[in-house]
Design a protein around this ligand. Structure first.
Ligand SMILES: O=C(O)CCC(=O)C(=O)O
Length: 278
């Protein structure tokens, strides 16, 4: 299976972002990718007003384009995330869809961990605009390969990825708008750790550059194999990275180092709340 991660510099200009996404997805498919992943917030990334204005329902322009394009190109397309308008809800969801080569939506994942932090003097308050999801989602490509869905800040929560792997994900997808401040020191290490500990491929599609007026993303979109080896990285501009995923090689990793099978769930007594003791 050949996979690609798209790196995009989205702004508040929805028409421009859709056009760039279309060009980049077509380029990846022309290179033979049958699984293509777009970044988080590929439809719009700007101030709160721009994000609200760009939010759309599941039968809106973004999802319609994703389904039609997946069908036309015969690919599995994980359309990163966009602001989803849900009937009856005030705030949007940060939603990623998996569109299959049949042109249907096969799965829907709503970001579970919202980015409410302050880094280097910039405050991020996703929960001002968004409502968190609460469902762990594994989908499957047309060839039956398990796809574990996640978004950006989720990457810091290894429990989620363990669950995805245990539920059959062989490929973990991470659409992101990973802020520049943390990309340098954390991004690659976290991606490789999630790949190694779960013996999964990781397809990480990040935003790059400035998203006026405030945000900046760090790029370095990459594909990592289940041994933790980085198979390719996008340079610091829009583009894509492509790699062949050796599923038989993944089986060999899981056989020679059976860490997943060696887990001791009966010894792990998880606290029932998010509070940290001590
Ligand atoms: O976890 C990080 O450092 C960045 C996360 C982020 O930028 C996001 O979730 O939007």
């Amino acid at each position: 299976m050949r996979a690609a991660a798209i790196q995009l510099n989205a702004t508040a200009d929805v028409a421009r972002n859709l056009e760039r996404a279309d060009t980049l997805v077509r380029a990846a498919a022309a290179d033979g990718a049958t699984l293509v992943v777009l970044p988080e917030k590929w439809v719009a990334l700007g101030d709160d007003d721009a994000m609200r204005a760009a939010a759309q329902p599941l039968d809106g322009e973004a999802a319609t384009w994703a389904c039609a394009t997946a069908r036309e190109l015969g690919i599995d397309l994980v359309a990163g995330s966009f602001g989803e308008l849900v009937p009856g809800e005030d705030r949007t969801r940060n939603t990623s869809i998996h569109a299959g080569p049949d042109g249907e939506i096969h799965a829907l994942y709503r970001k579970i961990h919202l980015f409410d932090v302050e880094v280097d003097g910039v405050a991020y308050r996703e929960s001002d605009l968004e409502t968190a999801g609460d469902e762990v989602v594994v989908s499957a490509t047309a060839d039956g390969v398990g796809l574990g869905l996640s978004i950006c800040y989720d990457l810091r929560f290894p429990e989620l990825y363990r669950l995805l792997a245990l539920r059959g994900a062989r490929v973990l997808v991470v659409p992101a708008a990973f802020t520049l401040a943390t990309t340098r020191d954390h991004w690659e290490i976290l991606l490789r750790a999630r790949a190694i500990e779960n013996q999964c491929f990781v397809i990480a599609a990040n935003q790059i550059g400035e998203h006026p007026p405030t945000y900046r993303s760090g790029g370095r979109s990459m594909i990592v194999d289940p041994w933790g080896v980085v198979l390719g990285v996008v340079p610091d501009r829009e583009g894509h990275v492509i790699a062949d995923l050796d599923l038989a090689g993944q089986d060999r990793v899981r056989t020679k180092l059976p860490a997943l099978a060696n887990r001791r769930p009966s010894a792990y007594r998880w606290p029932e709340t998010a509070e940290v003791q001590g």
